[in-house]
Design a protein around this ligand. Structure first.
Ligand SMILES: Nc1nc2c(c(=O)[nH]1)N[C@H]1C(S)=C(S)[C@@H](COP(=O)(O)OP(=O)(O)OC[C@H]3O[C@@H](n4cnc5c(=O)[nH]c(N)nc54)[C@H](O)[C@@H]3O)O[C@H]1N2
Ligand SMILES: Nc1nc2c(c(=O)[nH]1)N[C@H]1C(S)=C(S)[C@@H](COP(=O)(O)OP(=O)(O)OC[C@H]3O[C@@H](n4cnc5c(=O)[nH]c(N)nc54)[C@H](O)[C@@H]3O)O[C@H]1N2
Ligand code: SF4
Ligand SMILES: [Mo]
Length: 900
């Protein structure tokens, strides 16, 4: 339903973040904001939201939005223009380059954050009308190894299972997935099954993540060695006669050859243990568990996909499910967890350069079929460049025009420095964006097109379990922002394809997409939603979430694939695939002796253009960091909370050091969220090697040879400000949203006199309302108050006593202040009534570490449940529960140690 009968109106929509695809209820407040809650009727989350979903209300502001079309002027500056001028420039630019150099000189780079309708027509324009398959997407960095693995094994990119399988599985294996942080609502479902039904959880990851902490069995695998572990599992299943010969004989081919290769890759447990670095006894426990538990689901994510062996890893996992016939039946199957809200939808429309729409490829038959359906004048007949190669082709000057939509390649592609060089070489860089400033825009866009954002746009997305849900608008379009599909259709019309792009609503496009999925299909292609080919606009408005396939005439229901074979290969049989020996291209050498692993943190989304607006989300892990094992830290003289420079052959960053034995020796981990717009030196993409999987083209983002050196700063501090600020050159800084303004954490070798001078220089017309200088102790604090409110403050002190900013943040948030509160600020104390609760642990209820520690110290809280009772922490989305457990264990350990 579009609007429930409550007052104010409630709009049902879908979360813009991860592939879990949670249903969201949004109640607009009429002033640009909205109340957000989980949709109890959505079958993906039943009302739950994680910290990011819960904080969506804090991300709706328009301050940082791109609201008008803009074009670059001869002087290099961007200036506002009208849509007609901007779109003429887009089409003239593309037309000129195509006329001069042919269609392969232009490219689109799309995103799993587009709606299916946007994605569909972007592909249609390029592959059917401009006549090139140079269309790729950030899903290349995300899901393409799964796609390639599915196609090799099943003949199509099919996810066989559904989330409900988790409720019937007795064994859940998570491979290369930090689901506690990255798919939190699904992880809570797994935890409920563990708690309530005794389902066992195995986690395979080089790091002891918050997910791993909850596992019954954690296998700390050496980076890149998953295919060896699963090759060993296949051999073990064969040796222990736990394979399903009937299924293998009836529905598969190539078992013997794959088994033989697996045996040579993983000859015995001792060898597997040596290669994978996992304790032999734990390997045997895993193999026994898997062999002995028919209801087993293996979920996997970027530790599998983002690898130079990604496709082999996927197939090594699928092999074990095929061999046991554990696929497509309730409670069993391999399960690729998708990352972005519409990663799956992008695959449906053929968003990747090696796919055509509706799960078709570049076979002459498919090309011809799509040509006829679209009545396309210039069908692309061969695959285009995959993302990394696309940017190489730009660098070589072969691609002259690029249109980027809903992704930030200057940050998220590997070897991002080279990507920026490529962007600068373009004759025409068009960017459709929500925000005015990001690293891609700043690298030199010629045309900026303001796209409708979440809450404003309307269409469909598909989650990990093939469930198509509506995103609905609940806010008006701000400024002159327009839906992405509208922008593409307008460009297409100007290029002369008006008839084929004559859409008035997203529903028009959805109908065509559904019709193509059914066109000459008859069960030959997995993706078929023909039941929706004639949906009218009113029904599209009220459409409830459903799973594909839904062929015309087929009733809605839970859908699985392959329980009784029927694969999409020519002979209907699945393929076992023999994995190759993992290529050791990332072997460490003397200069770069570490392996740099990269990934995500709980409360931030990618390059933070949305989550970065939320003060609540900013307070969990506000600084870019690198995790190091204690022994490595000792050897390299690194100190916890100090700084280090991480260097690879491609670039370097200066990051906060987190020393933790959750990290493997020899391995470093850094999150991907920071970049040039929000930190001085933390764009991890610049460090990542551009090696790719040979089959999928997916970059190896999890293993780059790296080195680490200690960096010292003499002073540290922070700024809180109601306005945008630039810090002096040479300062290490990171920005973080704060209630009422912006926070900047800083470190510097410049002393307090330098900062005092800087303070006075930036306040030339205003006056510093009060400041405090303690030269012997190296402390400088200054503040500007305006209209009784804190406008700006700067705290600098010796790095060894890094100033705490929580008390000052409370002052910034407070609004008008009493005299006593002002004085308290500069004394570094919490003002009355503004308690400093420490860094936030539970983002949903804003519960700080100090409060939690207090509750444990007083004995009020002894476990997660009692922390929840006392403080509410962990009682909403639950994704901080693993961290609460760590804090409780740590505090209790400390207290016991002191008691001795
Ligand atoms: N909070 C948050 N959630 C997100 C996102 C976000 O930005 N923030 N992004 C979404 C997107 S687009 C995606 S794709 C997903 C990603 O979700 P995940 O894949 O769960 O997240 P990552 O942190 O990228 O990586 C997962 C784990 O792979 C491990 N790993 C590294 N190398 C190996 C290896 O060789 N073998 C194994 N077995 N594991 C390895 C890493 O240590 C890491 O813990 O998250 C989605 N959800
Ligand atoms: N080292 C390393 N690199 C990685 C990864 C990793 O684990 N390690 N993970 C990879 C993965 S899995 C992914 S998915 C990528 C993600 O990387 P990106 O896609 O580059 O990251 P986002 O920050 O999500 O960028 C989305 C951009 O689109 C804008 N946007 C959002 N919604 C819309 C919309 O509806 N329309 C338009 N026009 N614009 C919109 C946002 O403002 C933002 O600027 O990063 C990849 N890069
Ligand atoms: S788990 Fe969180 S981020 Fe993912 S869809 Fe649900 S609410 Fe959104
Ligand atoms: Mo992703």
């Amino acid at each position: 339903m579009n609007a429930l009968s409550n007052d104010p109106p409630v709009v049902r929509t879908t979360c813009p973040y991860c592939g879990v695809g949670c249903g969201v209820l949004a109640s607009p407040d009429g002033q640009g904001g909205a109340m957000i809650s989980g949709d109890p009727d959505h079958p993906s989350n039943f009302g739950r939201l994680c910290s990011k979903g819960s904080a969506l209300d804090e991300t709706l502001g328009l301050d940082k939005r791109l609201l008008y079309p803009m074009v670059r002027q001869p002087n290099g500056k961007m200036a506002r223009t009208d849509w007609s001028t901007a779109l003429d420039k887009v089409s003239d630019g593309l037309r000129t380059i195509i006329a001069r150099e042919g269609p392969d000189a232009v490219a689109f780079y799309l995103s799993g954050q587009l709606l299916t309708e946007d994605y569909y027509i972007a592909n249609k324009l390029m592959k059917g009308f401009i006549g090139t398959a140079n269309v790729d997407t950030n899903s290349r960095l995300c899901m393409s190894s799964s796609v390639a693995g599915h196609k090799r094994a099943f003949g199509a990119d099919t996810v066989p299972g559904v989330y409900a399988d988790l409720d019937q599985a007795d064994l859940i294996v998570l491979v290369g997935s930090n689901a506690a942080w990255c798919h939190p609502v699904l992880f809570q479902r797994i935890m409920a099954n563990k708690r309530e039904r005794g389902a066992k959880l195995v986690v395979i990851d080089p790091r002891r993540t918050m997910t791993a902490q909850e596992a019954d069995l954690f296998l700390p695998i050496a980076p890149g060695m998953d295919s060896v572990l699963f090759a060993g599992l296949l051999a073990y299943l064969a040796d222990t006669h736990t394979i399903d010969f009937g299924y293998i004989a009836a529905h598969t081919v190539d078992f013997e050859a794959a088994l033989e290769r697996c045996r040579s890759l993983a000859p015995d447990i001792a060898q597997i243990s040596k290669t994978t670095g996992i304790d032999a006894a734990d390997i045997i426990r895993f193999y026994e568990l898997f062999a002995g538990t028919p209801n087993a689901v293996t979920c996997y994510s970027q530790g599998v996909n983002q690898s130079a062996q990604g496709t082999d890893k996927v197939n090594a996992i699928i092999n074990c499910h095929l061999a046991t016939g554990r696929i497509g039946k309730a409670g069993m199957g391999p399960f690729s967890l998708t990352g972005q809200p519409n990663a799956m939808g992008g695959r449906e429309v053929g968003g990747l350069a090696n796919q055509l729409a509706a799960h078709m490829g570049f076979s002459p038959l498919d090309v011809d079929r799509v040509r006829r359906f679209w009545n396309a004048p210039r069908m692309a007949e061969r695959e285009g460049h995959k993302a990394v190669q696309m940017f190489d082709a730009i660098n070589r000057g072969e691609i002259k025009a690029l249109w980027v939509m809903a992704t930030n390649p200057a940050v998220s592609l590997p070897n991002a420095g080279l990507v920026r060089d490529a962007l600068r070489k373009l004759e025409l860089l068009i960017v459709s964006e929500n925000v005015l400033v990001n690293d891609t825009v700043m690298t030199g866009a010629h045309i900026l097109l303001p796209a409708a954002a979440w809450g404003e746009k309307s269409g469909t997305v598909t989650n990990s379990e093939r469930r198509i849900s509506r995103q609905r608008a609940f806010l008006p379009l701000p400024g002159e922002a327009k839906p992405d599909w509208w922008i593409i259709a307008q460009a297409a019309k100007r290029l002369g394809y008006g008839k084929a792009f004559n859409y008035e609503t997203a529903a028009d496009i959805f109908r065509e997409h559904a019709a193509l999925s059914a066109y000459e299909n008859d069960g030959s292609r997995d993706f078929d939603i023909g039941a929706y080919a004639d949906i009218d606009s009113a029904d599209f408005d009220t459409m409830t979430p459903f799973q594909w396939p839904r062929a015309a005439g087929r009733a809605p229901g839970e859908t699985r694939f392959f329980a009784s074979g029927d694969f999409f290969t020519a002979d209907g049989k699945a393929r076992f695939v023999a994995p190759e020996t993992p290529a050791l291209h990332f072997a460490a050498d003397a200069e770069f002796s570490f392996t740099l692993n990269t990934g995500r943190v709980r409360d931030q989304w990618h390059t933070m253009t949305r989550t970065g607006l939320s003060p609540r989300l900013a307070s969990h892990l506000p600084e870019p960091f690198v995790e190091v094992h204690p022994d490595d830290a000792r050897e390299h003289h690194l100190v916890d909370h100090g700084f280090a420079r991480v260097t690879t052959r491609y670039g370097s960053c200066v990051l906060k050091v987190h020393v933790t034995d959750n990290q493997r020796r020899g391995s470093l981990f850094a999150p991907i969220h920071w970049h040039g717009t929000n930190a001085s030196s933390a764009c991890i993409g610049e460090l990542v090697n551009p090696a790719t999987d040979p089959l999928s083209g997916q970059p190896e983002s999890k293993a780059t040879p790296a080195s680490i050196q200690r960096v010292d700063y003499r002073f540290a501090g922070f700024v809180l400000s109601r306005r945008d600020l630039t810090l002096p050159e040479g300062t290490w800084w990171v920005k973080a949203a704060a209630d009422g303004g912006e926070g900047i954490l800083l470190a510097s070798n410049e002393g307090i006199r330098f900062w005092e001078e800087w303070m006075h220089s930036i306040t030339s017309d205003a006056t510093v309302s009060s400041d405090f200088l303690d030269e012997p102790r190296g402390i400088y604090r200054a503040a500007i108050f305006k209209d009784g409110k804190l406008d700006f403050c700067l705290f600098v002190g010796p790095a060894s006593q890094r100033p705490e900013w929580n008390a000052a943040k409370a002052v910034l948030a407070a609004g008008t202040l009493e005299e006593q509160q002002r004085r308290a600020l500069l004394s570094g104390q919490s003002a009355d009534g503004m308690a400093d609760h420490g860094p936030i642990v539970c983002a949903c209820f804003g519960v700080g570490l100090k409060l939690i520690r207090n509750a444990i110290a007083t004995g009020e809280a002894t476990d997660v449940a009692s922390v929840g009772k006392a403080l509410r922490a962990g009682t909403n989305c639950g994704s901080c529960q693993p961290e609460l457990k760590r804090i409780i264990a740590h505090e209790q350990h400390e207290r016991a140690a002191h008691a001795v």
